[in-house]
Ligand binder design. Structure first.
Ligand code: MN
Length: 203
């Protein structure tokens, strides 16, 4: 068995004007595709590990042979992170969350506006390539960021939404203006999917 690239759940131009079609095409068809290809390549020598879900693979990195551990971490992380990322965006997204996830955000961070400010700060200050996350850690809702393609699952966190702040996610349209991309992201966020992920992560 091998890992496969999930189709983008909307057209390349669905997130215009906030995220441009060319960026989406390269990001999904080239970057995410390469993570999947390279993950499969790394695991050619470890058939037992190929049977694991990518989540299980990344929670058990210590069991991955030394020779392929970095490749599995980077490419497995890339595969898991992007598979979630496409789904938490949609055409005509934005607005405000409702239900349990909305109250959890308000009680953890003060208000939705306060949450957005804190999340944007984590995303902006992540030096170099990485991700900003909203996750459960030790049962508490927290914001974190990681370098490269690391996912909080690698050290016990349960992330239910994340923002890609690699330059490949925004450079064509926003160049060096990462804060503008982060601000634009709130217009395409799929809060219904975030609520679903929240419910699953809370268990
Ligand atoms: Mn990316």
């Amino acid at each position: 068995m091998s890992y496969t690239l999930p189709p983008l759940p909307y057209s390349f131009d669905a997130l215009e004007p906030y995220i441009d079609a060319k960026t989406m095409e390269i990001h999904h068809d080239k970057h995410h595709n390469a993570y999947v290809t390279n993950l499969n390549k790394a695991l050619e020598s470890a058939p037992d590990l190929q049977k694991l879900s990518v989540e299980d693979l990344l929670t058990q990195l210590s069991k991955v042979p030394d020779a392929i551990r970095t490749a599995v971490r980077n490419n497995g992380g890339g595969h898991m992170n992007h598979s979630m990322f496409w789904k938490i965006m949609k055409k005509g997204g934005g607005g405000e969350p409702s239900g349990d996830v909305a109250s959890a955000i308000s009680s953890a961070f003060g208000s939705l506006a306060d949450f957005k400010t804190k999340f944007a700060a984590a995303a902006t200050t992540r030096f170099g390539s990485g991700w900003a996350w909203l996750l459960f850690r030790d049962g508490k809702l927290v914001i974190e960021s990681t370098a490269n393609q690391d996912n909080p699952i690698m050290d016990g966190g349960k992330a239910f939404f994340g923002l890609d702040v690699w330059e490949h996610a925004y450079y064509l349209k926003y160049q060096n203006k990462r804060p503008d991309y982060i601000e634009a992201f709130w217009n395409v966020i799929n809060w219904a999917q975030v609520a679903e992920n929240f419910a699953a992560a809370k268990k």
